[in-house]
Design a protein around this ligand. Structure first.
Ligand code: ADP
Length: 328
C-alpha cells in the first residue's frame, strides 16, 4: 500500500447485482476514495449470516456484487484490496477477543439491534447481538483509520471506537481508533417512490440492466401523486423520477423541472428521458462488466489475491493483540 492520507475500510453484505441505491449510496464513494486513501473493500459474507436467509445465494451474490464493484471502477491495480470476509479467518478470532471487552448493554441498546428484534423476533441470535463487534473486528484487523459512514451507520462506528478505547486502556495502545468520514448520504427511493430502494423490497433498478430492462423498471416508477392528468402542473420536488434526473441528467434537469411545473412535459415523456439517460450513463459500466465477466475466473482471482494480501495485515494485528492480552 502506498503513501496516501490513510487507510479506508468498508464492507457490504453480498446482495448480488447492485442497484441505483447501492451505486449512489456507496459504490461511487468507494471509487472516489481510492484517489486519496488506501482502500479495503470487503464482501462481508459472515455478516450476512445474522439473518440466515438466502444462504444458498451467497456464492452467486458475492460474485455478482464483486463484478459490479470492479466494473464500476474499484480497482485492485490502484492497490485497492477487495476480498471476502470469511477468507481471512483471523477476523473470527479477533471477534471473540473483542467480545470480551464489550459490555452487552452497548450492543442491546443500539437502534439497529432493536429494529432487527422487531423484524425477526423468532431469530434473535447471539451473532445478531455481536454484529457491531464483528464490524469492529473487520475495521481494526486491517488497522483502518478511516471509515466512510452515512448517518445510518454512525452509531456502529461509535461502538467500534468505544471498543478500541477500552481494549487499548486495558491492554495498551494496540488497536487503531478509526475516524468516521461522513459521506453525503443519499437515500435513494425505490420505484414505489416511498421506501428506500432495496433488493428485498423488489423496488430496485439494477445498474447492470440492459437498456430495455431499465426502461421497463423506470416506466413503473411512481411520480408526483398530485398530478393526475397530463395537463396538471407537476411538483418535481416531490417526484422521485425528478430526483434521479438530478443525478443522471445533469445537462437537462433544470429544463425538465421547468417543463414539469408548466405541464409542458408529461410523466411518461419524463420517464422515457430518465430511462435513456440511465442507459447511457451506465453504458461504459455494462461494457466493462461484460469484458470482465468473459473470464469466469477473473473475479475469483481478484478476491483470492485480495485475501492473500489482507491476511498479511491480519496476521500482524492478531499477533500484536494476543501478545498484548498475554495469551501464552
Ligand atoms: P449493507 O447491509 O451491507 O448496508 P445494503 O445492500 O443494504 O447492505 O447496502 C450496501 C450499501 O449501499 C450501503 O452503504 C448502503 O448504505 C447503500 N445503500 C443501499 N440501499 C441504498 C439506498 N436505497 N439509498 C442509498 N444507499 C443505499
Amino acid at each position: 500500500m502506498g503513501n496516501k492520507k490513510g487507510r479506508v475500510f468498508s464492507g457490504a453484505r453480498p446482495t448480488g447485482r447492485q442497484h441505483l441505491g447501492n451505486y449512489l449510496g456507496a459504490i461511487r464513494n468507494y471509487v472516489a476514495l481510492q484517489d486519496e486513501y488506501d482502500c479495503i473493500y470487503c464482501v462481508v459474507d459472515l455478516h450476512a449470516l445474522t439473518t440466515l436467509s438466502d444462504t444458498d445465494k451467497l456464492h452467486e451474490w458475492t460474485y455478482e456484487m464483486a463484478l459490479d464493484w470492479l466494473a464500476a471502477g474499484i480497482d485492485p491495480e490502484q492497490g485497492t484490496l477487495v476480498f471476502i470476509q470469511s477468507h481471512v479467518p483471523q477476523v473470527v478470532e479477533l471477534h471473540l477477543l473483542l467480545s470480551m471487552v464489550t459490555p452487552l448493554g452497548w450492543l442491546t441498546r443500539l437502534p439497529t439491534f432493536k429494529e432487527k428484534v422487531r423484524q425477526q423476533p423468532e431469530n434473535v441470535n447471539y451473532g445478531l447481538v455481536g454484529y457491531p463487534v464483528l464490524m469492529a473486528s473487520d475495521i481494526t484487523l486491517y488497522k483502518a483509520d478511516t471509515v466512510p459512514v452515512g448517518v445510518d451507520q454512525a452509531p456502529h462506528l461509535e461502538i467500534t471506537r468505544e471498543i478500541v478505547r477500552r481494549f487499548n486502556r486495558i491492554f495498551g495502545e494496540v488497536l487503531v481508533e478509526p475516524q468516521a468520514k461522513h459521506t453525503e448520504f443519499t437515500k435513494v427511493l425505490g420505484i414505489d417512490g416511498e421506501q428506500k430502494m432495496s433488493k428485498s423490497l423488489n423496488n430496485h433498478i439494477e445498474i447492470a440492466s440492459a437498456p430495455d430492462e431499465i426502461k421497463r423498471r423506470v416506466m413503473e416508477m411512481m411520480t408526483d401523486p398530485a398530478r393526475q392528468y397530463r395537463s396538471d402542473p407537476g411538483h418535481p420536488e416531490v417526484c422521485n423520477v425528478f430526483t434521479l434526473h438530478g443525478f443522471f441528467s445533469p445537462g437537462e434537469v433544470a429544463q425538465i423541472g421547468t417543463d414539469c411545473r408548466a405541464a409542458d412535459i408529461g410523466c411518461v415523456q419524463c420517464k422515457q428521458r430518465l430511462a435513456e439517460n440511465l442507459a447511457a450513463y451506465f453504458a461504459p459500466f455494462r461494457e466493462r462488466r461484460a469484458e470482465l465477466a468473459a473470464d469466469p475466473d477473473y473475479v475469483w482471482d481478484v478476491l483470492a489475491e485480495g485475501a492473500r494480501r489482507a491476511s498479511e495485515i491480519a496476521a500482524v494485528t492478531i499477533a500484536e493483540v494476543k501478545a498484548a492480552i498475554g495469551l501464552p
